[in-house]
Write a protein of this length. Sequence first.
Length: 381
Amino acid sequence: MSEKFLLMSPGPTEVDPRVIRAMLRPAIHHYDSQFIDVYDETEELLRKVFQTNNDIIMFPGSGRSGIESSVLTFIDPGEKVLAITTGTFGNWFIEILRIHGANLNILSYPQGKHFDCEKIKHILEEDKSISSIVIVHNETSTGAIYSEEVKQIGRIAKDYDKLFLVDAISSMGGANIPVDEWNIDICITSSQKALGGLLGLSIVSVSEKAWQKAIKRPFLRSFSYDLIKWKKTWIKKERGGLLLKGRRSFPVLPPTHLIYALNEATKIILEEGLENRFKRHEEVAKEMRNAIKNLGLEIYPEESVASPTVTAFKVPNGLTGKQIRQKLKDEHNIIVAGGMDELSEKIIRIGHMGYTANINFIKRTAIALENVLYKLNYKKV
């Protein structure tokens, strides 16, 4: 736990003390054999967490960096993309696609509700030029997760031979995302959320299908962030890497101590076991929702899509989200998040992912929230 504040935001989150201790090492050169061993081990550990045989790439950045790198690498300017959005982060994905010249077919669904994937089939039938489908798995802006939908879309993408890109930034490590089983070609996450590491690493898994598309390009779209450079200069030959320089070479230098931290975080995940970890997140999320409902507050998304890593609830009439957040911070040293875009000041978002998916943190947050509401003269209806 941090020295002063308890981070119950949807990321970054508190981290296990083991992760902090893993960084207490002297500075090391990024091509030192000891560091290369740790880097390679971390890739293998992440493959188990992602439940994939695909290549794993780790490079400096945030989740958004991973999305942008994936878009500029695997989607050509002018290419038709079916972009599915259910909230702010879906809209951000669309904005990145737009910046890089994608020809967008935007499919917007109501926030915080399950949606029918049949319309996706109809769109693909009508427009055969669509090459890729993108979606956010866990829409942190609304506290909703779309596992069943992503699973179905993965089958559709495979049937129609489309590239499938998934933002799993706030769910990987806290929810079941079997990348290979769900036919996800590009799965994007970052280190500081449910994986339990520290802010600063983008993590992307890439299928061979995606590589084969990108490798045909005769030029780079970015010196530092075109992911095809990893295929050409870093990935081992036994995994299909080209090693054009005759040796393994990082396209961008890795932050060594963040890799140490992520290495330990992934070990913690696998020691707990994926099934146990996902169950813990589900149970803690349910406890958080029950505590909120017991205060007479309303969960924002339909509970059938309520996320295991973040809980959103509506700000009661007569109060503002800022009032609640500020009192939680000032009087209880707890940091939560507010709503975004049209939900600004209308909802509060509480993260419980990785280390903070812990019943003791949930109880502390719930008690503090009750105290804050009492002081703000909130009366349970």
